[in-house]
Design a protein around this ligand. Structure first.
Ligand code: PEP
Ligand code: CO
Length: 450
């Protein structure tokens, strides 16, 4: 087994601190922060380098159309919601979606949780004002608390330590679920039968019946279902807080390479992808498979320079571009982006995030998204890639396993008035369990149209 040893963050990342880092909290006490960073650097890695290498291979398969990636989870994980039931239900939702997508795509689905580290958020404004009172914006549980009081909103570096422990216990349970029999394809199939048994989902009965037949066919052929009791499942989050990611970055004793051991896959968000910034510099130095969000604002020349920085060796699986353009924009904005990347010779993994370009405020004052816009953006993503001879490699979705009411529409027809019934996200609206499965059935149809 690979071993990863703690490294002195300073000697490992020599000039990282001299580059501007966007979206970092203003920690009030530099000494307290330094001591936390030092402590984190001594903690065991959450993932091993060899696992990250395996995921890079899976991402390379997705770039070639030989696998399909499903990334999903909360917009912002919180410490209080890191309970066994919540983690189970999120994993279950992802497994159910993956089973449907596997059938649609006829290739393995690479399952990646937006989990076990998604505790920090970029914000469009550094402060928030309510009834004349202005406080620092909520930046995720690893920085401050959502409650609107001066104490709660003051960044506290101890939260980096709590975040590490929350990530460790979440990942431990995820590993237990996915290795210990919970992911058994036969259970997952039964859960999906429950979904289509609901009359609201009758539209998906045909596909569900086909999957049922395929399962029976496999059983009749003597398929080794025991071997399908476990599944690979990877962790991912936005590499936003450099005071967490840097001390979690370790030297792989086999190769001397650096790995960010806070998760298997980390990505850079739309607000921190400056070419001369600390975030791209950071991910350029690690060997993990990495991602970057790309909006309709990305310029072709900028993307070519990003690729030279992040994937200089043109290594399939190394770089994933997660496009988030909006349903009304993707069909125009994605083709020039694909063309720019193709001109570099890089083989990136293309993933569609149909969430972040489709957010708006409801008439009832909630940040929300329409299920139909989400579906429409994924459709536009498939159309653009197919027209350009490129490979649509996966989807990236904000979801929960709970029956929340945060996104509008879907077969159960959540409307503006329903949003206040169960709106629990502390950041962006998530697809609920039903909407997530519905999306999987629709994407499976798109995949099987090939
Ligand atoms: C997110 O994924 O929650 C997010 C903030 O996305 P983006 O960086 O694309 O805006
Ligand atoms: Co979000």
């Amino acid at each position: 087994m690979t071993t990863t040893t703690p490294a002195e963050p300073k000697s490992v990342l020599p000039d990282a601190t001299s580059l501007p880092a966007a979206q970092q909290p203003e920690w009030p006490d530099a000494t307290a922060l330094a001591s936390v960073v030092e402590q984190l650097a001594t903690y065991p890695p959450l993932v091993f380098a060899g696992e990250c290498d395996d995921l890079r291979d899976r991402m390379a398969a997705a770039a070639a159309g030989e696998a399909f990636v499903l990334q999903g989870g909360d917009c912002a994980e919180t410490f209080v919601s890191a309970t066994a039931d919540n983690i189970r239900d999120r994993v279950k939702t992802i497994l159910q979606m993956a089973a449907v997508l596997t059938y649609g795509a006829s290739v393995p689905v690479v399952k990646i949780g937006r989990m076990a580290g998604q505790y920090a958020k970029p914000r469009s404004s550094t402060s928030e004002t309510r009834e004349g009172v202005t406080l620092p914006a909520y930046r995720g549980d690893m920085v401050n608390d959502f409650e609107f009081t001066p104490e709660s909103r003051t960044p506290d570096p101890q939260r980096l330590i709590t975040g590490y422990h929350a990530a460790a216990s979440t990942l431990n349970l995820v590993r237990a679920f996915t290795q210990g029999g919970f992911a058994d394809l036969r259970y997952v199939h039964e859960w999906n039968r429950g979904f289509v048994a609901n009359s609201a989902n009758a539209r998906y009965e045909g596909l569900a019946r086909d999957i049922d037949k395929a399962m029976k066919f496999m059983a009749a052929c003597g398929a080794d279902f025991e071997a399908m009791r476990a599944t690979e499942f990877w962790s991912a989050h936005e590499a936003l807080l450099l005071d967490y990611e840097r001390p979690m970055t370790r030297v792989d004793s086999r190769t001397g390479d650096l790995y960010d051991t806070s998760g298997h896959f980390v990505w850079i968000g739309e607000r921190t992808r400056q070419l001369d910034g600390a975030h791209l510099d950071f991910v350029s130095r690690i060997r993990n498979p990495i991602g970057m969000k790309v909006s309709d604002k990305a310029q072709p020349d900028e993307l070519r320079r990003v690729i030279d920085l992040l994937d200089p060796n043109r290594e399939p699986g190394r770089l994933t571009l997660i496009t988030r353009m909006g349903a009304g924009t993707i069909r125009d904005a994605l083709p020039p982006v694909i063309e720019a990347v193709q001109s570099t010779g890089a083989v990136v993994t293309w993933i569609c995030d149909p969430m972040h370009g489709n957010t708006f405020e409801s008439t009832t004052g909630y940040k929300t998204r329409r299920f139909d816009d989400v579906v429409n953006e994924v459709e536009g993503f498939f159309e653009a890639h197919r027209a350009m001879g490129s490979v649509p490699g996966g989807i990236h979705v904000e979801l929960t396993g709970n029956d929340v009411t945060e996104c509008l529409g879907g077969a159960t027809e959540i409307n503006d008035e329903d949003l206040n019934k169960r709106y629990e996200s502390v950041c962006d609206p998530r697809l609920n369990h039903q909407q997530s499965l519905e999306l999987a059935f629709l994407v499976a149809e798109m995949l099987s149209r090939d």
